[in-house]
Structures are given as C-alpha cells and as structure tokens.
Design a protein around this ligand. Structure first.
Ligand SMILES: *[C@@H]1O[C@H](CO)[C@@H](O)[C@H](O)[C@H]1NC(C)=O
Ligand SMILES: *[C@@H]1O[C@H](CO)[C@@H](O)[C@H](O)[C@H]1NC(C)=O
Length: 276
C-alpha cells in the first residue's frame, strides 16, 4: 500500500491519550499512558517488516539486562533502515523492565500494525521506533499533558509541590524522584539524551507543569524525550516494591486493555476517514 500523495513529508504521530490515572503511584507498571503511530505504512511481508520484527526482538532481549538501549538496523536499501529505542523508569528492577518492554512491544504490535513508526508509553517504560532517525535528538514537543482538578491555592501543599519540583530540576541524572509530605514528584529522560539535554528537557517539563497546571492536585507532562509528574496526595511511591492495592491494579489494567481496544477502533475509523 503506497502512502497517499497528500501526506506531509514529516511523520505525524497521532497521539491518543488516555492518561486517566491520577494516582500513578498505585498504577501497575504496564498501565497504558499514551501511544501513537505514524501515518506512513510499510507493505506486509516486506524487508521492512522483517527488520522491524528483528528490531523489536532486540529491544525485548536487551531489556533483560539494561534499562535503556537503542538499535539501528541498516536495511539492504536505505528505505528499509530502521531506528528504535526503549527506556525503563529508573526504579524498575531488570525483571520488571523486561516485563514492561515485552508488554509495550506487544501492545505496539496491536496498536501500530504495519505502520513505519510507533511509540508507546506505559507507566514503567517507553518504546519508540521509526524509519527516520530520532536517536540522540532532543525533543521537547508536548506529547501528553494532564492536569488534575484545581485544589485552589493551598499554600502549604503548593509550597511543597514547588519545592519538590525545584528539587527535581536541581537533581541530576536520567531518573529523578522526590517527595515532601504527601507531595511526590518524578522525572525521567530517555537515555539517548546527554546530561545537559536531559537537564534542559526536565526543566522545560517542570516549567510547563507549573505554568499549565497551576494549582492542580496532580500534573503529568510528557515531552518527546522526557517527562515530569507530580501528585499532591499520593502515598510514598517509586520504590522497587509493588505498593499498588491489588484490586485497584486489576481494575486499572482491565480498563487499560479496553481502552487499547477502543484506540484500535478509533484508529481503524481514522484510517477509513483518511481513505486508507
Ligand atoms: C519511511 O518509509 C516510508 C514508506 O516506505 C517512506 O515513504 C519514507 O521515505 C521513509 N522515510 C525515510 C526517512 O526513509
Ligand atoms: C546507541 O547504542 C550504542 C551501543 O550501545 C551506543 O554506543 C550509543 O551511544 C547509543 N546512541 C544513543 C544516541 O544513545
């Protein structure tokens, strides 16, 4: 199937976001956050498909021993070249990272079947692949912004929130976590950014959280290569143990699966209306 001539040269990701979980602390690591696919598609049974399968297999295997990795596949012809990476949240154990990436890749297969590029964020990990290289390129595009209900200006809570966010900016490294009282914050960069690029990206995400979410009781800001999130009423989180209440975890996982089904339907509908 050839792309429509009217399609823009650059790849457009149709991000459909269903970040319906304010209590990210209680969420299972494989809870869906957002996903998107390029409009460009490859032909089934092509060399591109073979290369993509091999790339995704490499990502899944690598996640058993590394929390970040990138792969480039130079196809036999330039149009078969392919780039991919994954990033696990910094607090995940290697077995949890491997599980998360395996689930993300499975979900991507359902969401983005035969598209040249795709990206998926679960609570615990991120996977992206495309046929144009994005490796090592900083990207501060807002992919998903979610602000909780405003709690009005509660001086103490907002003071703590600002202190936690300030500490995240002041920290270093790809994974940053902090808390004060019931206020919790976390930031994560994708591992292909340099230290200074990560700093720049996290600073941007936190600046946007403050300006866009105002006095919201939680905020999620996912940019192209990093994210920052806070929650003013969460229990202590982000340890390696699973603190989720079992019933909540089960419920949200089920909801996530039905939302993915919904997304696949939405996508089919979009394709129909776009004339695919
Ligand atoms: C990606 O693949 C599409 C479809 O095969 C092709 O039109 C496009 O030129 C490719 N992009 C790059 C950067 O190779
Ligand atoms: C990609 O992976 C290679 C090999 O592990 C590494 O040397 C390189 O720095 C990575 N590139 C980026 C952009 O992360």
């Amino acid at each position: 199937m050839t792309p429509l001539p009217s399609q823009p040269q650059h790849l457009i990701l149709l991000f459909l976001s269903f970040s319906f979980l304010p209590f990210f602390s209680l969420s299972a690591i494989d809870t869906f956050v957002f996903g998107g696919c390029t409009q460009l598609r490859y032909s089934p049974n092509s060399a591109y498909e073979t290369n993509l399968n091999s790339l995704l297999t490499s990502l899944v295997n690598s996640a058993t021993y590394s929390s970040y990795n990138n792969y480039t596949i130079q196809g036999s012809s330039p149009q078969d070249a392919l780039f991919g990476l994954y990033q696990c949240r910094g607090d995940l154990s290697m077995p949890d990272c491997a599980t998360c990436i395996a689930r993300a890749v499975t979900q991507l297969g359902g969401l983005c079947s035969d598209t040249c590029g795709g990206a998926l964020q679960l609570e615990g990990c991120y996977v992206k692949y495309d046929n144009s290289s994005f490796l090592g390129v900083e990207d501060k595009t807002v992919v998903l912004k979610k602000c909780g209900p405003s709690v009005g200006y509660e001086e103490e809570a907002m003071g703590r929130r600002d202190a936690v966010l300030g500490a995240l900016v002041g920290a270093s490294g790809g994974y940053r976590v902090g808390g004060a009282g019931k206020v919790q914050g976390v930031a994560q960069c994708v591992g292909d950014l340099s230290g200074s690029e990560c700093q720049d990206c996290v600073g941007e995400a936190i600046g946007r959280l403050k300006s866009d979410c105002g006095t919201a009781d939680f905020g999620d800001m996912f940019l192209g290569k990093c994210y920052a999130r806070y929650n003013t009423h969460g229990p202590p989180v982000f340890s390696k143990a699973h603190h989720g209440k079992p019933f909540l975890t089960t419920t949200t996982t089920t909801t996530a699966i039905s939302l993915i089904n919904l997304m696949v339907m939405v996508r089919r509908h979009l394709r129909l209306s776009l004339g695919y």
